[in-house]
Design a protein around this ligand. Structure first.
Ligand SMILES: [Zn+2]
Length: 454
């Protein structure tokens, strides 16, 4: 009896334990130095022997060079792990953020597609699988990727960057599952200082303890080239937006055999430590969508109204877009955020019932046709910005005159302020920044919401 009581008391505690997922990924990008091919091979083969599946995000040009150099061994070894995509040419200018920032957002999608789809298709041909994920080169992030990746059927955006983040855990943005900006949950053993490994292992244990109750995601990333060279392949060829033609490629400085061995050992010892921690599951990008609740769900209209009256913000698992769709009586579906920031221009402080009902129908028609939120909603010759429309709709009490309310998009706080650090990648031209893309991110943050673990 006492045993049974103890068991009953323990049950809720057991039920509270949520899964902790660990991702190990490698940006496999160095197409300049063939020594990095061997590094990728060694990483893939040793991890496989250890029973670990990693994710190799491969650059299109890297895959083509592996093919040209007849490295079937490398291609096969990587294929036994998960394969992601890491752009067609990585560091050859213009970087993704550089060309996207001066294009209209819809044109940027077409241009991203023109530049990047050929590399994706090469990866698919060479590795025999559609990449599971994409990540930008350096910090060259732009929202056009989301739309293109959805069209290609690539469901996960996996990288690190500071442009957007949500509590240091995965989130949904632009219809993509983002493993991004995990902050303290991104942990890299220092492969040049093996003596720090114990401290890194302890740090990992600390992260695991902090995640025990709610569950969560931890990641480690490296580049195979870091195990063969002491400097980055693109730093010596494409620094500050410099273009070097293939015949002029300079090799990065190589590691000594001893230093390479120490680097491999530091990583593998760290991964063995990760493997030894109960309750931590090592997973790949391809598995990630399975671990989260279906994001295509809406709150009830009553919930949406109550929330939108107080703030235009993420509420629980729902994005601001989800709440607006519900309030408009639309079916659960994914729609993009607006492409611009509208401005309200009205003759007075109210709208007539007749005109406001027309405006609602117009908003519904736009969303259904374009699968995107309108930035401006017309009520006769008056017009409301999307936030003002959402706030006005939430406060509509059914009377003959509708009071216009000002809407404030609180969710924009999850997008980084414009600083030169946000886009400070050394391959970008010196002093590069992209405030236009951060503004696009704020608009697309209508779709931002946490990824909720099952
Ligand atoms: Zn990279």
């Amino acid at each position: 009896m006492r045993f049974l009581l103890a068991l009953l008391l323990a049950l809720p505690l057991l039920a509270q334990t949520k899964p902790i997922y660990y991702l190990l990924w490698f940006d496999t990008e160095d197409y300049v130095d063939p020594a990095s091919d061997d590094a990728a091979l060694r990483l893939a083969q040793t991890l496989e022997k250890m029973g670990v599946r990693a994710t190799f995000k491969v650059v299109g040009e890297k895959a083509r060079r592996l093919e040209k150099r007849d490295r079937r061994d490398v291609i096969t070894a990587l294929s036994r792990h998960d394969i992601g995509y890491h752009t067609n040419y990585h560091s050859i200018p213009p970087a993704p953020a550089a060309y996207q920032r001066i294009l209209h957002p819809l044109e940027a999608v077409e241009e991203f597609t023109r530049r990047e789809e050929p590399g994706l298709r090469d990866i698919q041909r060479i590795f025999g699988v559609l990449p599971s994920c994409y990540g930008q080169p350096g910090d060259s992030w732009g929202p056009a990727a989301n739309v293109a990746l959805r069209r290609w059927g690539v469901p996960v955006y996996m990288d690190d960057g500071g442009q957007v983040g949500l509590n240091g855990q995965p989130f949904w943005l632009g219809g993509m599952l983002y493993v991004f900006n995990l902050k303290g949950k991104t942990l890299r053993p220092d492969i040049n200082k093996p003596e720090t490994l114990d401290a890194t292992n302890q740090k990992f244990d600390g992260i695991v303890s902090a995640l025990r109750e709610k569950g969560g995601v931890i990641q480690t990333y490296f580049h195979p080239t870091e195990f063969s060279a002491t400097e980055f392949w693109d730093g010596v060829n494409f620094l500050g937006g410099n273009y070097t033609p293939p015949e002029g490629y300079k090799m990065p400085r190589r590691r000594s055999p001893e230093s390479a061995e120490a680097a491999y050992k530091a990583l593998f010892d760290f991964v063995r430590h990760v493997q030894s921690i109960p309750g931590v599951q090592i997973v790949t990008a391809r598995q990630m969508p399975l671990f989260f609740h279906n994001p295509v769900q809406l709150p009830t209209a009553a919930e949406a109204r109550r929330h939108l009256q107080s703030a235009i913000d993420i509420q629980g698992p729902y994005s601001a877009a989800d709440q607006l769709l519900s309030l408009l009586g639309l079916e659960p579906q994914y729609v993009d955020g607006p492409v611009a920031r509208g401005t309200s221009v009205t003759a007075g402080p109210t709208l007539s019932r007749m005109l406001f009902e027309r405006a609602k129908q117009d908003a519904i028609g736009y969303i259904q046709a374009h699968k995107r939120l309108p930035h401006t909603i017309w009520a006769g010759s008056d017009r409301l910005s999307l936030p003002d429309f959402a706030a006005t709709l939430a406060h509509d009490n059914g009377g003959p005159e509708i009071q216009i309310h000002k809407g404030v998009t609180a969710f924009e706080r999850h997008v980084a302020a414009d600083t030169d650090k946000t886009y400070g990648w050394v391959i970008h031209p010196k002093g590069f920044s992209a405030p236009e893309l951060l503004e696009q991110a704020r608009l697309q943050a209508w779709t931002l919401k946490p990824a909720v673990l099952r």
